[in-house]
Design a protein. Structure first.
Length: 359
C-alpha cells in the first residue's frame, strides 16, 4: 500500500499519532482517523488527521516467452477509456504508466505451448502460479486479458480480477509497446514468437480421435463427388467411342466393363484377336466380336484412339480409388457408429452424419 494523500484540519505540531478508528471511503480507499497529541500538555487535539491509502493495481500479460507482471503507476488514466491508447502511444509514455515487476520466462517452446493450451482448457499452470505467488496481496486488484483467466486466479489467490473495456485497451497498448517494456527480454521474445506459433499450430491441427466424425463427413462428400465425376467421364467415353463402335454401348451396360473393353480393344478391327475373357462373360465376348465385324460406326485415327485410351485410364484409376475410399469409409463407420452402420449401412449412416454436421 502507498500513501497518496492527507487531509488535516486545524494547526499545531504533531508529537505522536495514535490510530483510533478506520473508515472505508469507496473501492480501494481507506481512511485512518488519528488523534494529534499536543507536545505541550499531552492533551489530544480535537481535529482529526486522516491518511488515505489506495490499493495498487497489477497487470498480468501473457507473452510467447513468459508471463509479465506490471504495476500500473497511474490508475486514474483508466477512467477514460478513449484516452488509454493516446497515453500509451509511444514507448516513453507507456513506461511512465507501467512498471515491470517480474517476468517469468518459459524454459522452452514445449513449456510455452503447454501453458497456452492449459489456459485455453481453463486450468492454471504451475508456471503461472509461481509467477503470481508472493506478488499478490489480499485486497489488491489484478487486470487480466480474459474473463476465464480472471475467475481462475480469483478462486486460487483470493484477489479481485478486473476485465473490462479499459483493461482491453490497456492490453492492446502493452502489446504494441512490448519490446520497450520488456527490453531486457527482447531477444528471447522475438525468437519465441515464431517458434510458439508454429508449435501451437501443429498442436491444434493434429489428429484427434474424438473428431473422427469429421473424417467421415469429408470421406462421404468426396465419395459423392467421385461418383459424379466417374459418371461424367464414362458418358463422355461412350459418346466419343460411340462414333466408331455404337453397338458396343448397347451390349455392355456396366461402366467399368465398357471402359476396360475399349481400353483393351482399341479400334473395333482388333476385336477378333483380342482376349476379353478377364473382362466379359463368354456370351458377351462372342457378341462383341460378332458386332465388331458388321458395325456401322465410322473409322477413327490413331490420335483419336490414343486420347480415348487416356480417358479410359483416368476412369479406371478413379474407379479404383473410389473402391479404396469406400472401404476406408466402412471401417471408419464401424469404429464410430457400429450400430448405425449395421442398421442402415455405411453410406446412408455416413450421409446422416454429414447432414447433421457431426455425430
Amino acid at each position: 500500500m502507498g500513501q497518496v494523500g492527507r487531509y488535516r484540519e486545524g494547526g499545531g505540531d504533531v508529537a505522536r499519532l495514535s490510530c483510533t478508528r478506520m473508515y472505508v471511503f469507496g473501492a480501494g480507499l481507506i481512511g485512518r482517523e488519528l488523534l494529534n497529541v499536543s507536545p505541550n500538555d499531552g492533551r489530544p487535539v480535537k481535529q482529526p488527521y486522516i491518511v488515505y491509502y489506495r490499493w495498487r493495481m497489477l497487470v498480468l500479460f501473457e507473452t510467447p516467452a513468459g508471463y509479465a507482471l506490471f504495476k500500473l503507476l497511474d490508475e486514474k488514466k483508466l477512467e477514460n477509456v478513449g484516452n488509454i491508447w493516446d497515453e500509451c502511444s509511444t514507448p516513453e509514455k507507456t513506461q511512465k504508466m507501467l512498471q515491470l515487476i517480474s517476468f517469468k520466462k518459459f524454459k522452452d517452446t514445449a513449456e510455452a505451448v503447454e501453458n497456452v493450451t492449459r489456459l485455453a482448457e481453463g486450468k492454471l499452470t504451475k508456471t503461472l502460479k509461481k509467477t503470481l505467488k508472493g506478488k499478490l496481496q489480499k485486497g489488491e486488484k489484478l487486470a487480466v486479458g480474459e474473463v476465464k483467466l480472471g475467475n481462475m486466479i480469483k478462486e486460487k489467490f483470493d484477489v479481485s480480477c478486473i476485465y473490462n473495456t479499459a483493461t482491453q485497451e490497456l492490453m492492446r497498448s502493452i502489446r504494441a509497446n512490448l519490446d520497450s517494456l520488456l527490453n531486457e527480454h527482447k531477444q528471447k521474445l522475438q525468437s519465441m514468437n515464431l517458434a510458439v506459433a508454429h508449435s501451437l499450430g501443429r498442436y491444434k491441427v493434429k489428429f484427434n480421435p474424438e473428431k473422427i466424425d469429421t473424417m467421415i463427413v469429408q470421406a462421404v462428400s468426396l465419395l459423392d463427388d467421385l461418383d459424379k465425376e466417374i459418371n461424367n467421364y464414362v458418358m463422355r467415353c461412350r459418346e466419343w467411342y460411340g462414333w466408331h463402335f455404337p453397338e458396343l454401348s448397347k451390349i455392355i451396360q456396366d461402366h467399368q466393363a465398357y471402359t476396360k473393353t475399349v481400353r483393351a480393344m482399341g479400334i473395333r478391327s482388333n476385336a477378333a484377336n483380342c482376349n476379353l475373357s478377364d473382362i466379359l462373360s463368354p456370351e458377351l465376348e462372342a457378341r462383341v466380336k460378332e458386332e465388331a465385324e458388321i458395325s456401322m460406326g465410322t473409322d477413327i485415327s490413331d490420335s483419336d484412339t490414343l486420347h480415348i485410351s487416356g480417358l479410359c485410364d483416368q476412369i479406371i484409376e478413379l474407379t479404383k480409388y473410389r473402391s479404396e475410399l469406400a472401404d476406408y469409409l466402412k471401417n471408419r463407420m464401424m469404429v464410430l457408429a457400429p450400430n448405425l452402420t449395421i442398421l442402415l449401412g455405411e453410406l446412408v449412416g455416413a450421409r446422416l452424419i454429414s447432414h447433421a454436421g457431426s455425430l
